[in-house]
Design a protein around this ligand. Structure first.
Ligand code: FAD
Length: 412
């Protein structure tokens, strides 16, 4: 099989890249190893930067027809005190919120919009196993589907296969580990629906927990020091339930829904990146190029930014039949500084706040002074909102839409 572009991985980075390159008229094939987008919780936060990109594509209204809640500010309980932390309302009303949208709904939407373009092919149940190398250049991908070993030949391969990327390993691109002091247990606790999205975080001595409001249940993230998983489990599920209920009394009534450790999933948090994102014929984007920690909930959005930057630099020239190997460095040059700054911010928060808090052994504490100022002066809350919502150097869509690339839109 031949494609101009083969994308490995149908996550946020790969699907948005697929949409943009197909829109520009580049024959694009996306290989996704799963049969659908329904998978374990992977984060729900579609940030203002991503909403603006969909607005630039003329797709925002349709995106927001999918199930979502709007979060216009972020609050937390720090040392027992409610603190307002970020306020998105001063931004443009079209994207002055975080859309809490299950990732499978977001990906389904992007797949539907991409399938409008005849140049777009998504192959599910297709697991990439290796890169095809010809004369030192990546010339496509080997994959397994339906029990067969197959090959896609491509002028360019984009590896968007997530943080355990097999493609970057096959390309021999070294990963720089920046270290993350924490791991996370994820679990669900049922709740009554309320009118507002009540997503919040609880920061106490030695313990941190995020509670993501998903309508009829809380998606909870219990944060603990890396390496102490066995210790937490050894205390028993009853002790875990008691600790969680003590941390967040609203969960007390229904915490019994966490019946055993089978209901609790581990996320091993990592913070890493490639310093080199490309080789002739190959570009790496999204988590495959840089795993982010959950701090700020930025992973999806940084992955989408990479996809937009890649399409901005490469889609037009590819559609015109140009060789783009010499342009791959531009994507890295554009995105690596933004990734470095975001990761530095995450590392500072990790070392100065999360780690210190996790190491505390009981006792009261005051929220740090900077957070008290955010609580006291509403205007300051725009700063974290801008950092979280847009990040450094947000992208705009500059890749073309090829004339007549679009088929008629499928009826809803
Ligand atoms: C538990 C959890 C909670 C998170 N919470 C948030 C949050 O609240 N907000 C946020 O912004 N981010 C969050 N993240 C991070 C976010 O999910 C990622 O940063 C984001 O999904 C990265 O997108 P991606 O497309 O680069 O990679 P991924 O989403 O990992 O997508 C990679 C895709 O490649 C496919 N794939 C992998 N290998 C192959 C192969 N060999 N062949 C074919 N296909 C392959 C995978 O099936 C997957 O679909 C969370 C992550 C986890 C694990």
């Amino acid at each position: 099989m031949d494609a101009d572009l083969c994308i490995v991985g149908g996550g946020p980075a790969g699907m948005v890249a697929g949409l943009l390159f197909a829109r520009a008229g580049v024959p694009t094939t996306v290989l996704e190893k799963h049969s659908d987008f329904l998978r374990d919780f992977r984060g729900d936060t579609v940030h203002p930067s991503t909403l603006r990109i969909f607005s630039e594509l003329g797709l925002l209204d349709r995106l927001l027809e999918r199930p979502h809640d709007k979060v216009r500010d972020i609050q937390g309980v720090i040392g027992g005190r409610h603190v307002a932390l970020a306020d998105f309302t001063p931004f443009d009303p079209r994207w002055n919120f975080i859309a809490m949208m299950p990732q499978w709904d977001f990906l389904d939407f992007v797949a539907d919009e991409a399938s409008v373009y005849p140049h777009f092919t998504l192959i599910r149940d297709a697991e990439a196993t290796d890169l095809v190398v010809e004369d030192g250049r990546i010339a496509g991908v080997r994959y397994e589907a339906g029990g067969q070993s197959l090959t896609v030949s491509a002028r360019l391969t984009i590896a968007a296969d997530g943080r355990s990327s097999r493609m970057r390993a096959a390309a021999g691109l070294p990963v720089r580990d920046l270290g993350a002091p924490m791991d996370v247990f994820w679990f669900r606790v049922p709740r009554e629906r309320s009118g507002n999205n009540e997503t919040t975080g609880v920061f106490a001595s030695g313990r941190i927990m995020a509670m993501i409001d998903r309508g009829d249940y809380w998606q909870c993230a219990y944060v603990f020091p890396k390496g102490s998983e066995d210790e937490v489990r050894a205390r028993g599920i009853e002790a875990f339930r008691t600790e969680v209920a003590g941390l967040a009394p609203t969960l007390r009534e229904r915490i019994g829904a966490v019946q055993s450790w089978d209901d609790v999933k581990l996320l091993s948090v990592s913070l890493d990146r490639l310093e080199q994102w490309h080789r002739p014929g190959l570009l790496v984007i999204g988590d495959a190029a840089h795993a982010m920690t959950p701090i700020g909930g930025v992973g999806i959005n940084v992955a989408v930014q990479d996809a937009v930057a890649a399409a901005n630099a490469l889609a037009g020239p590819m559609a015109a039949g140009e060789d783009v190997d010499r342009l791959l460095g531009r994507v890295q040059k554009r995105r690596l500084p933004a990734v470095r700054i975001t990761q530095r911010f995450q590392k500072t928060a990790q070392d100065r706040i999360i780690n210190r808090l996790l190491m505390r052994q009981g006792g009261d504490f005051e929220p740090p002074r900077a957070l008290r100022w955010l609580d006291r002066y509403p205007v300051l809350r725009r700063i974290p909102a801008a950092l979280i919502g847009f990040g450094y150097r947000p992208e705009h869509v500059r890749s073309p839409e090829a004339r007549q690339a679009r088929q008629s839109h499928p009826s809803p």
